[in-house]
Design a protein around this ligand. Structure first.
Ligand code: AMP
Ligand code: MG
Length: 502
């Protein structure tokens, strides 16, 4: 490991009031560190609404001092930024030491809802965990994380959020030379399954880590005893299983492919984290993979629930000694909880799909969903477009659906669906309106995002700003946004790929 700088405590007052409970209580999992100097930092985008909810001064953030903090060049007053240690299973193989190779935890803030959140930088230079990496990030991928995470937030999906992207003024080597950038992100925390995988091999820090995670994310469980049948740590495991089962059901209802579901990218809070090679589906295809390195389709759209369960099994392994001192009993206990994953996931997914189809109040016939998905897959129907077209169908406008699945194929299914809706007694127009509140019209379409990021890399931010405005208002149609509805042309999708660690 590289030497720790003498003093990293900052004096820059643009951001004040940062706390450091994680670093204070779990020093064994952190290394105090400083961001790299940014030669010419320029603020590309600032999330003013998020900044205000963090009680940060927007004007101060826009000034030189503020941009200094958001670029990682200067540490905020009184704060000690740290790089966090973690391990992780990457594509199924165990890496004992990953850690923040290009990121820094600046500290924690309590937002206007009273929740403690992390303020974290990505792309702020090398750390002791950088291994072979350069510690940097570039404009396109950081703006990509900014836009996709904010779109997910607008869609009502638990996620980390984006506060800003600053261009550093430095060139970074990637596929050619690209402009460097730093993303500031806000998360419920940066505790991951990988944090526990690291801690369990360090020994003593495991229990303090579990207690910290429980106090921060599942505070009611602190009242439970540390031993016995329904002890604190087993119940904690169950709470994370539940939060993650709910999260992946959200991804599956919205058509989101995370792309790199390694255990270091699986949070304890239940938020989506690390928007690298992610993408939204166009044509529904369970085998859809966009990541350039996912050759086996491990993280394909349809595999996401199964992979998540696998990641939760790795999490369970880290908690065994806390759950029961008799190994066999600990394994029996976590296995029983892990076995509930399928049912929990199925419940969340069914509720999500019922809402998409305007079915309320009665258990959804799973075959109704499965048969629709079979038709969509057969005809390559656009995931997002199909559910809006179904609402239009209820309003008497058949044109959108006719463009997606031939009427003679979907006709019998439509009759079954209308039968269910009639039984529930809500009017067709009202059902259509309710559906439009959960089925987005605007998502980050891969071709449009790609074009906006290319333009931004060349210094032209307007297309990015426009797309950001559109995808953060996903539900209500606007005439002037008609261009943002259409899926990418087939020729684009054939070659479209996303990249890790860019
Ligand atoms: P990710 O794929 O973003 O979840 O990153 C996996 C691991 O690779 C983490 O430990 C990152 O900090 C590290 N990493 C990714 N890109 C870089 C980079 N350019 N320099 C140093 N570390 C990196
Ligand atoms: Mg990661």
């Amino acid at each position: 490991m590289a030497a720790i700088p003498d003093s990293t405590v900052g004096t820059n007052t643009a951001v004040s009031g940062l706390e450091s409970t994680f670093a204070d209580e779990l020093g064994a999992l952190t290394v105090p560190w400083q961001g790299a100097h940014a030669p010419n930092p320029t603020l590309l985008v600032l999330n003013e609404q998020l900044a205000a909810s963090l009680r940060l001064n927007v004007d101060a953030l826009r000034r030189e001092d503020g941009v200094g903090v958001l670029s990682g060049s200067t540490a905020p007053a009184g704060a000690t930024p740290v790089a966090m240690a973690y391990a992780g299973h990457q594509f199924g193989g165990y890496a004992p030491l990953l850690g923040d190779g290009r990121a820094l935890l600046l500290g924690e803030l309590v937002n206007s809802d009273g929740q403690r959140v992390d303020l974290h930088l990505k792309g702020s230079g090398r750390t002791p965990f950088s291994r072979g990496g350069d510690g940097f990030a570039v404009v396109g991928p950081m703006l990509r994380e900014y836009l996709v995470s904010e779109a997910m937030y607008a869609l009502g999906i638990p996620t980390t959020r984006a506060l800003s992207v600053v261009a550093t003024g430095q060139s970074v080597r990637r596929y050619g030379t690209e402009p460097g950038a730093v993303l500031a992100r806000v998360a419920a925390s940066h505790l991951r399954v990988g944090t526990f995988e690291y801690a369990v091999r360090q020994g003593e820090v495991l229990q303090p880590l579990a207690d910290y995670a429980i106090a921060r994310h599942y505070p009611k469980l602190t009242e439970l005893p540390t031993t016995g049948d329904s002890n604190r740590y087993l119940t904690f495991f169950e709470a994370v299983v539940e939060a993650q089962a709910s999260l992946v059901a959200h991804w599956m209802r919205i058509g989101f492919v995370h792309g790199v579901m390694n255990t270091d990218n699986t949070t304890i809070s239940g938020q989506t984290i690390d928007y690298g090679p992610c993408a939204f589906l166009d044509a529904f295809d369970p085998a859809a993979v966009f990541s350039s390195i996912d050759h086996s389709g491990r993280y394909a759209f349809g595999n996401q629930p199964a992979v998540l369960k696998w990641n939760l099994a790795r999490f369970a392994e880290t908690l065994l000694t806390l759950i029961d001192s008799t190994p066999d009993d600990a394994i029996t206990a976590v296995s029983a909880v892990l076995d509930t994953f399928d049912e929990r996931y199925a419940g969340h997914y069914a509720a999500g799909m019922a809402a998409k189809l305007g079915v309320a109040g009665e258990p959804l016939d799973r075959a109704l969903v499965d048969d629709l998905l079979t038709l969509m897959e057969e005809h390559g129907a656009d995931w997002t477009g199909t559910f809006r077209a179904l609402a239009d169908e209820l309003r008497g406008n058949s044109m959108p659906l006719d463009g997606l699945v031939p009427r003679e194929r979907i006709g019998p299914w439509l009759e079954r669906w209308r039968g269910v809706l009639t039984k529930q007694g809500r009017g067709a127009a009202e059902t259509a309106d309710v559906m439009d509140c959960v089925n987005p019209l605007y998502i980050p379409r891969n071709h449009q995002l790609d074009a906006a990021l290319r333009a931004a890399t060349d210094g032209e931010l307007a297309p990015f700003e426009k797309l950001l405005e559109v995808v953060t208002h996903p539900f209500a149609p606007r005439d002037e946004w008609a261009d943002y509805i259409t899926p990418a042309p087939a020729s684009f999708n054939k070659t479209f790929q996303t990249f890790c660690g860019t």
